[in-house]
Design a protein around this ligand. Structure first.
Ligand SMILES: Nc1ncnc2c1ncn2[C@@H]1O[C@H](COP(=O)(O)OP(=O)(O)OP(=O)(O)O)[C@@H](O)[C@H]1O
Ligand SMILES: [Mg+2]
Length: 376
Protein backbone atom coordinates (compact mmCIF):
# COMPACT_ATOMS: atom_id res chain seq x y z
CA UNK A 1 0.00 0.00 0.00
CA UNK A 2 1.21 3.42 -0.92
CA UNK A 3 0.64 5.17 2.38
CA UNK A 4 2.99 2.58 3.83
CA UNK A 5 5.69 3.73 1.45
CA UNK A 6 5.21 7.28 2.71
CA UNK A 7 5.55 5.79 6.18
CA UNK A 8 8.86 4.20 5.19
CA UNK A 9 10.09 7.61 4.09
CA UNK A 10 9.52 9.00 7.57
CA UNK A 11 11.26 5.95 8.99
CA UNK A 12 14.27 6.10 6.66
CA UNK A 13 14.98 9.76 5.88
CA UNK A 14 16.57 12.50 7.95
CA UNK A 15 15.03 15.38 6.03
CA UNK A 16 11.62 15.59 4.38
CA UNK A 17 10.74 18.64 2.30
CA UNK A 18 7.05 19.24 1.60
CA UNK A 19 6.50 21.21 -1.59
CA UNK A 20 3.31 22.13 -3.38
CA UNK A 21 0.99 24.90 -4.51
CA UNK A 22 -0.50 27.44 -2.10
CA UNK A 23 -3.16 26.22 0.30
CA UNK A 24 -3.01 22.48 -0.52
CA UNK A 25 -1.97 21.39 2.98
CA UNK A 26 1.84 21.60 3.09
CA UNK A 27 1.97 22.90 6.65
CA UNK A 28 -0.62 20.38 7.83
CA UNK A 29 1.14 17.45 6.15
CA UNK A 30 4.56 18.52 7.45
CA UNK A 31 3.19 18.69 11.02
CA UNK A 32 1.42 15.31 10.71
CA UNK A 33 4.54 13.60 9.32
CA UNK A 34 6.59 15.09 12.15
CA UNK A 35 4.08 13.74 14.66
CA UNK A 36 4.48 10.29 13.11
CA UNK A 37 8.27 10.62 13.29
CA UNK A 38 7.91 11.25 17.01
CA UNK A 39 5.60 8.26 17.40
CA UNK A 40 8.28 5.97 16.01
CA UNK A 41 10.78 7.34 18.50
CA UNK A 42 12.59 9.93 16.43
CA UNK A 43 13.76 13.23 17.81
CA UNK A 44 11.86 15.33 15.31
CA UNK A 45 11.72 18.99 14.29
CA UNK A 46 9.07 20.51 12.06
CA UNK A 47 9.94 23.89 10.55
CA UNK A 48 6.66 25.55 9.67
CA UNK A 49 6.08 28.66 7.63
CA UNK A 50 3.20 30.87 8.54
CA UNK A 51 1.01 28.16 10.11
CA UNK A 52 -2.68 28.89 10.69
CA UNK A 53 -3.05 30.47 14.12
CA UNK A 54 -4.88 27.59 15.77
CA UNK A 55 -2.41 24.98 14.57
CA UNK A 56 0.47 27.22 15.71
CA UNK A 57 -1.10 27.52 19.15
CA UNK A 58 -1.60 23.82 19.43
CA UNK A 59 2.06 23.26 18.54
CA UNK A 60 3.01 25.73 21.28
CA UNK A 61 4.17 28.36 18.82
CA UNK A 62 3.58 32.05 19.18
CA UNK A 63 4.64 34.91 16.96
CA UNK A 64 7.67 35.61 19.13
CA UNK A 65 9.26 32.19 19.01
CA UNK A 66 11.65 31.63 16.17
CA UNK A 67 13.66 28.96 18.00
CA UNK A 68 12.55 25.30 18.06
CA UNK A 69 9.95 24.83 20.81
CA UNK A 70 9.61 21.42 22.44
CA UNK A 71 6.06 20.13 22.74
CA UNK A 72 5.66 18.93 26.33
CA UNK A 73 5.92 15.15 26.70
CA UNK A 74 2.63 15.11 28.62
CA UNK A 75 0.81 16.32 25.49
CA UNK A 76 2.42 13.65 23.34
CA UNK A 77 2.09 10.73 25.75
CA UNK A 78 -1.62 10.08 24.99
CA UNK A 79 -0.65 9.27 21.40
CA UNK A 80 1.72 6.54 22.55
CA UNK A 81 4.99 8.40 21.93
CA UNK A 82 7.89 6.31 23.25
CA UNK A 83 10.32 7.91 25.74
CA UNK A 84 13.00 8.58 23.12
CA UNK A 85 10.52 10.34 20.78
CA UNK A 86 10.48 14.13 20.97
CA UNK A 87 8.73 16.75 18.89
CA UNK A 88 9.93 20.30 18.42
CA UNK A 89 8.16 22.82 16.25
CA UNK A 90 9.47 26.04 14.92
CA UNK A 91 7.88 28.89 13.07
CA UNK A 92 10.25 30.52 10.65
CA UNK A 93 10.33 34.24 11.32
CA UNK A 94 11.87 35.91 8.33
CA UNK A 95 13.30 38.95 10.07
CA UNK A 96 14.66 37.00 12.99
CA UNK A 97 16.15 34.31 10.75
CA UNK A 98 17.97 36.87 8.61
CA UNK A 99 19.34 38.75 11.62
CA UNK A 100 20.47 35.50 13.16
CA UNK A 101 22.17 34.47 9.93
CA UNK A 102 23.95 37.85 9.61
CA UNK A 103 25.25 37.52 13.18
CA UNK A 104 26.59 34.04 12.48
CA UNK A 105 27.97 34.73 9.02
CA UNK A 106 29.55 38.18 9.43
CA UNK A 107 33.31 38.09 9.96
CA UNK A 108 33.14 40.31 13.05
CA UNK A 109 30.52 41.66 15.45
CA UNK A 110 31.12 45.12 14.04
CA UNK A 111 30.36 43.86 10.53
CA UNK A 112 27.17 42.27 11.74
CA UNK A 113 26.10 45.48 13.48
CA UNK A 114 26.74 47.52 10.32
CA UNK A 115 24.56 45.22 8.24
CA UNK A 116 21.81 44.98 10.86
CA UNK A 117 21.62 48.77 11.28
CA UNK A 118 21.45 49.40 7.59
CA UNK A 119 18.04 50.59 6.45
CA UNK A 120 18.43 48.96 3.07
CA UNK A 121 19.16 45.61 4.66
CA UNK A 122 15.85 45.80 6.50
CA UNK A 123 13.99 46.29 3.23
CA UNK A 124 15.93 43.82 1.14
CA UNK A 125 15.96 40.97 3.64
CA UNK A 126 12.19 41.15 3.68
CA UNK A 127 11.29 41.94 0.08
CA UNK A 128 14.10 40.85 -2.21
CA UNK A 129 12.72 37.97 -4.32
CA UNK A 130 14.15 34.76 -2.95
CA UNK A 131 15.02 36.24 0.46
CA UNK A 132 12.38 34.18 2.27
CA UNK A 133 13.28 31.04 0.39
CA UNK A 134 17.00 31.51 0.99
CA UNK A 135 16.51 31.89 4.69
CA UNK A 136 14.14 28.90 4.91
CA UNK A 137 16.85 26.79 3.29
CA UNK A 138 19.50 28.30 5.53
CA UNK A 139 17.49 27.44 8.63
CA UNK A 140 17.01 23.88 7.37
CA UNK A 141 20.73 23.52 6.74
CA UNK A 142 21.79 24.99 10.07
CA UNK A 143 19.28 23.04 12.13
CA UNK A 144 20.05 19.78 10.36
CA UNK A 145 23.77 20.24 10.86
CA UNK A 146 24.06 21.85 14.23
CA UNK A 147 21.46 19.96 16.21
CA UNK A 148 21.08 16.24 16.55
CA UNK A 149 17.56 15.76 15.20
CA UNK A 150 16.80 12.33 13.76
CA UNK A 151 14.25 13.90 11.44
CA UNK A 152 13.63 17.45 10.19
CA UNK A 153 10.44 18.11 8.23
CA UNK A 154 10.42 21.34 6.24
CA UNK A 155 7.27 23.11 5.20
CA UNK A 156 7.90 25.47 2.27
CA UNK A 157 6.63 29.00 1.61
CA UNK A 158 3.58 29.61 -0.55
CA UNK A 159 5.51 31.39 -3.28
CA UNK A 160 4.07 32.18 -6.69
CA UNK A 161 6.54 29.68 -8.05
CA UNK A 162 6.67 27.11 -5.30
CA UNK A 163 10.11 25.88 -6.32
CA UNK A 164 11.70 29.32 -6.11
CA UNK A 165 13.26 28.30 -2.88
CA UNK A 166 15.48 25.77 -4.62
CA UNK A 167 16.99 28.45 -6.80
CA UNK A 168 17.06 31.23 -4.23
CA UNK A 169 20.50 30.53 -2.71
CA UNK A 170 22.06 30.40 -6.17
CA UNK A 171 20.31 33.62 -7.14
CA UNK A 172 21.63 35.46 -4.10
CA UNK A 173 25.15 34.29 -4.96
CA UNK A 174 24.74 35.46 -8.54
CA UNK A 175 23.58 38.83 -7.29
CA UNK A 176 26.60 39.19 -5.00
CA UNK A 177 28.88 38.29 -7.87
CA UNK A 178 27.38 40.78 -10.29
CA UNK A 179 29.40 43.74 -11.55
CA UNK A 180 26.83 46.20 -10.30
CA UNK A 181 27.12 44.92 -6.75
CA UNK A 182 30.90 44.98 -6.91
CA UNK A 183 30.80 48.62 -7.97
CA UNK A 184 28.38 49.58 -5.25
CA UNK A 185 30.54 47.71 -2.81
CA UNK A 186 33.59 49.67 -3.89
CA UNK A 187 31.52 52.82 -3.47
CA UNK A 188 32.24 53.63 -7.07
CA UNK A 189 29.27 55.92 -7.11
CA UNK A 190 29.58 57.07 -10.69
CA UNK A 191 29.81 53.58 -12.10
CA UNK A 192 27.01 52.43 -9.84
CA UNK A 193 24.76 55.24 -11.03
CA UNK A 194 25.59 54.35 -14.61
CA UNK A 195 24.61 50.75 -14.05
CA UNK A 196 21.56 51.84 -12.15
CA UNK A 197 19.79 49.26 -10.09
CA UNK A 198 19.83 46.63 -12.78
CA UNK A 199 21.00 43.87 -10.50
CA UNK A 200 17.93 44.33 -8.38
CA UNK A 201 15.57 43.47 -11.22
CA UNK A 202 12.51 42.00 -9.67
CA UNK A 203 12.97 43.83 -6.37
CA UNK A 204 12.43 47.23 -7.92
CA UNK A 205 9.21 47.89 -6.06
CA UNK A 206 10.85 47.29 -2.69
CA UNK A 207 13.95 49.23 -3.61
CA UNK A 208 12.03 52.20 -4.97
CA UNK A 209 9.87 52.24 -1.86
CA UNK A 210 13.05 52.43 0.21
CA UNK A 211 14.39 55.06 -2.15
CA UNK A 212 11.35 57.22 -1.61
CA UNK A 213 12.09 57.35 2.10
CA UNK A 214 15.74 58.37 1.74
CA UNK A 215 17.34 61.17 -0.21
CA UNK A 216 19.30 60.05 -3.26
CA UNK A 217 22.70 60.40 -1.59
CA UNK A 218 21.59 58.68 1.57
CA UNK A 219 20.33 55.84 -0.52
CA UNK A 220 23.59 55.40 -2.40
CA UNK A 221 25.57 55.66 0.83
CA UNK A 222 23.43 53.04 2.47
CA UNK A 223 23.57 50.84 -0.58
CA UNK A 224 27.36 51.08 -0.82
CA UNK A 225 27.87 50.43 2.89
CA UNK A 226 25.41 47.58 2.93
CA UNK A 227 26.81 45.80 -0.07
CA UNK A 228 30.43 46.29 0.99
CA UNK A 229 29.68 44.56 4.28
CA UNK A 230 27.32 42.04 2.81
CA UNK A 231 29.95 40.96 0.33
CA UNK A 232 32.16 40.02 3.27
CA UNK A 233 29.62 37.31 3.87
CA UNK A 234 29.98 35.92 0.38
CA UNK A 235 32.13 33.00 1.54
CA UNK A 236 29.74 31.82 4.29
CA UNK A 237 26.71 32.27 2.02
CA UNK A 238 28.47 30.37 -0.72
CA UNK A 239 29.55 27.57 1.65
CA UNK A 240 26.00 27.23 2.95
CA UNK A 241 24.54 27.21 -0.52
CA UNK A 242 26.82 24.36 -1.58
CA UNK A 243 26.15 22.51 1.67
CA UNK A 244 22.44 22.94 1.25
CA UNK A 245 22.51 21.77 -2.34
CA UNK A 246 24.25 18.56 -1.33
CA UNK A 247 21.87 18.10 1.61
CA UNK A 248 18.85 18.38 -0.69
CA UNK A 249 20.36 15.99 -3.22
CA UNK A 250 21.49 13.47 -0.61
CA UNK A 251 19.96 10.07 -0.19
CA UNK A 252 18.81 10.90 3.31
CA UNK A 253 16.53 13.69 2.02
CA UNK A 254 13.09 13.03 0.59
CA UNK A 255 10.92 15.47 -1.36
CA UNK A 256 7.20 15.02 -1.06
CA UNK A 257 4.79 16.79 -3.38
CA UNK A 258 1.60 17.80 -1.66
CA UNK A 259 -1.41 18.50 -3.83
CA UNK A 260 -5.19 18.57 -3.75
CA UNK A 261 -7.88 17.44 -6.21
CA UNK A 262 -8.18 20.89 -7.77
CA UNK A 263 -7.21 21.42 -11.42
CA UNK A 264 -4.52 24.09 -10.91
CA UNK A 265 -2.59 22.47 -8.05
CA UNK A 266 -2.88 19.01 -9.63
CA UNK A 267 -1.32 20.34 -12.85
CA UNK A 268 1.38 22.07 -10.86
CA UNK A 269 2.15 18.84 -8.99
CA UNK A 270 3.24 17.31 -12.28
CA UNK A 271 5.29 20.42 -13.02
CA UNK A 272 7.01 20.25 -9.61
CA UNK A 273 7.84 16.64 -10.24
CA UNK A 274 9.55 17.47 -13.53
CA UNK A 275 11.31 20.56 -12.17
CA UNK A 276 12.73 18.67 -9.19
CA UNK A 277 13.85 15.91 -11.51
CA UNK A 278 15.59 18.43 -13.79
CA UNK A 279 17.53 19.68 -10.76
CA UNK A 280 18.71 16.17 -10.00
CA UNK A 281 16.41 15.90 -6.97
CA UNK A 282 14.27 12.83 -6.47
CA UNK A 283 10.60 13.05 -5.58
CA UNK A 284 9.89 10.22 -3.13
CA UNK A 285 6.15 10.53 -2.90
CA UNK A 286 2.91 12.35 -3.54
CA UNK A 287 0.25 13.27 -1.02
CA UNK A 288 -3.18 13.97 -2.47
CA UNK A 289 -4.81 15.90 0.34
CA UNK A 290 -8.46 16.85 0.93
CA UNK A 291 -9.93 14.16 -1.31
CA UNK A 292 -13.70 14.14 -0.74
CA UNK A 293 -14.63 10.71 0.62
CA UNK A 294 -17.47 8.76 -0.97
CA UNK A 295 -20.75 8.93 0.98
CA UNK A 296 -21.07 6.31 3.71
CA UNK A 297 -24.41 5.13 2.33
CA UNK A 298 -25.31 3.90 -1.17
CA UNK A 299 -27.22 6.62 -3.08
CA UNK A 300 -29.45 4.16 -4.95
CA UNK A 301 -32.99 3.97 -3.55
CA UNK A 302 -31.95 6.18 -0.65
CA UNK A 303 -35.14 8.33 -0.62
CA UNK A 304 -37.34 5.24 -0.39
CA UNK A 305 -35.20 3.73 2.34
CA UNK A 306 -35.31 6.92 4.38
CA UNK A 307 -39.06 7.28 4.03
CA UNK A 308 -39.43 3.58 4.82
CA UNK A 309 -37.54 4.31 8.04
CA UNK A 310 -40.20 6.91 8.90
CA UNK A 311 -38.45 10.13 7.83
CA UNK A 312 -40.72 12.94 6.53
CA UNK A 313 -40.46 13.39 2.76
CA UNK A 314 -38.98 16.97 2.92
CA UNK A 315 -36.30 15.86 5.42
CA UNK A 316 -35.52 12.73 3.41
CA UNK A 317 -35.18 14.95 0.32
CA UNK A 318 -32.62 17.18 2.06
CA UNK A 319 -30.59 14.14 3.13
CA UNK A 320 -30.69 12.71 -0.38
CA UNK A 321 -29.52 16.04 -1.83
CA UNK A 322 -26.64 16.19 0.62
CA UNK A 323 -25.58 12.61 -0.11
CA UNK A 324 -25.82 13.18 -3.87
CA UNK A 325 -23.74 16.35 -3.60
CA UNK A 326 -21.08 14.44 -1.68
CA UNK A 327 -21.12 11.62 -4.27
CA UNK A 328 -20.70 14.17 -7.08
CA UNK A 329 -17.81 15.88 -5.27
CA UNK A 330 -16.18 12.50 -4.71
CA UNK A 331 -16.47 11.63 -8.42
CA UNK A 332 -15.02 14.99 -9.45
CA UNK A 333 -12.05 14.58 -7.06
CA UNK A 334 -11.51 11.00 -8.22
CA UNK A 335 -11.42 12.13 -11.87
CA UNK A 336 -8.70 14.71 -11.12
CA UNK A 337 -6.81 12.13 -9.06
CA UNK A 338 -6.95 9.63 -11.93
CA UNK A 339 -5.60 12.22 -14.38
CA UNK A 340 -2.80 13.01 -12.00
CA UNK A 341 -1.98 9.31 -11.53
CA UNK A 342 -1.63 8.91 -15.28
CA UNK A 343 0.74 11.83 -15.60
CA UNK A 344 3.14 10.71 -12.87
CA UNK A 345 5.45 7.69 -12.75
CA UNK A 346 3.42 4.59 -11.87
CA UNK A 347 5.85 3.59 -9.12
CA UNK A 348 5.70 6.93 -7.26
CA UNK A 349 4.45 6.22 -3.72
CA UNK A 350 1.27 8.13 -2.98
CA UNK A 351 -1.13 8.64 -0.14
CA UNK A 352 -4.69 9.92 -0.43
CA UNK A 353 -5.81 11.94 2.57
CA UNK A 354 -9.55 12.44 2.97
CA UNK A 355 -11.05 15.87 3.37
CA UNK A 356 -12.08 16.42 6.99
CA UNK A 357 -15.19 18.26 8.04
CA UNK A 358 -13.12 20.79 9.95
CA UNK A 359 -9.74 22.51 9.63
CA UNK A 360 -6.86 20.44 11.00
CA UNK A 361 -5.97 22.59 13.95
CA UNK A 362 -4.59 20.47 16.79
CA UNK A 363 -2.55 17.39 17.64
CA UNK A 364 -5.65 15.16 17.76
CA UNK A 365 -6.65 16.24 14.26
CA UNK A 366 -3.07 15.71 12.99
CA UNK A 367 -3.02 12.24 14.55
CA UNK A 368 -6.35 11.45 12.86
CA UNK A 369 -4.70 12.05 9.44
CA UNK A 370 -2.06 9.37 10.01
CA UNK A 371 -4.10 6.33 8.83
CA UNK A 372 -4.53 8.01 5.42
CA UNK A 373 -1.09 9.59 5.34
CA UNK A 374 1.20 6.81 6.55
CA UNK A 375 -1.15 3.82 6.85
CA UNK A 376 -0.91 3.81 10.64
N1 LIG B 1 -7.35 16.87 4.91
C1 LIG B 1 -7.84 18.05 5.28
N2 LIG B 1 -9.17 18.18 5.54
C2 LIG B 1 -9.69 19.37 5.91
N3 LIG B 1 -8.97 20.50 6.04
C3 LIG B 1 -7.66 20.44 5.77
C4 LIG B 1 -7.02 19.22 5.39
N4 LIG B 1 -5.70 19.48 5.21
C5 LIG B 1 -5.51 20.79 5.47
N5 LIG B 1 -6.69 21.37 5.82
C6 LIG B 1 -6.92 22.78 6.15
O1 LIG B 1 -6.70 23.55 4.97
C7 LIG B 1 -6.13 24.80 5.31
C8 LIG B 1 -4.82 24.96 4.52
O2 LIG B 1 -3.89 23.98 4.96
P1 LIG B 1 -2.36 24.33 5.14
O3 LIG B 1 -2.19 25.57 5.91
O4 LIG B 1 -1.69 23.11 5.64
O5 LIG B 1 -1.97 24.57 3.61
P2 LIG B 1 -0.60 25.14 3.04
O6 LIG B 1 -0.32 24.40 1.78
O7 LIG B 1 0.44 25.13 4.07
O8 LIG B 1 -1.04 26.63 2.72
P3 LIG B 1 -0.06 27.87 2.35
O9 LIG B 1 0.40 27.59 0.94
O10 LIG B 1 -0.97 29.04 2.45
O11 LIG B 1 1.04 27.86 3.34
C9 LIG B 1 -5.93 24.79 6.82
O12 LIG B 1 -7.03 25.43 7.40
C10 LIG B 1 -5.95 23.30 7.17
O13 LIG B 1 -6.41 23.06 8.49
MG1 LIG C 1 1.58 26.68 4.86
Amino acid sequence: MSAQQIRELVEDKRVIVCVGSGGVGKTTTAAALALYGTLIGKKTLVITIDPAKRLANSLGLDALSHAPQPIPGARLAPFGVPPQGALCAMMLDLTFAWDDFVRRAAPTKAHAATVLDNRLYRVLSRDLPGAQEFIACEALYTLTHERDYDLVVLDTPPTANALDFLDAPERILTMLESDAVKMFARSDEKAARRLGLRFLDGAKGAVYAAFAKFTGTEFLDDMGAFLATFREMYAPISARTRGLQSLLASDSTGFLIITAPVQGPAREARLFHDMLHERGLTVRGLVLNRHTPAPDVPTEGLAERLQGAGLDAPVADKVVQAVNARAAAHRADAAIAADLERSLPADLPRAVVARRARAVADLDALYALLPDLVGL
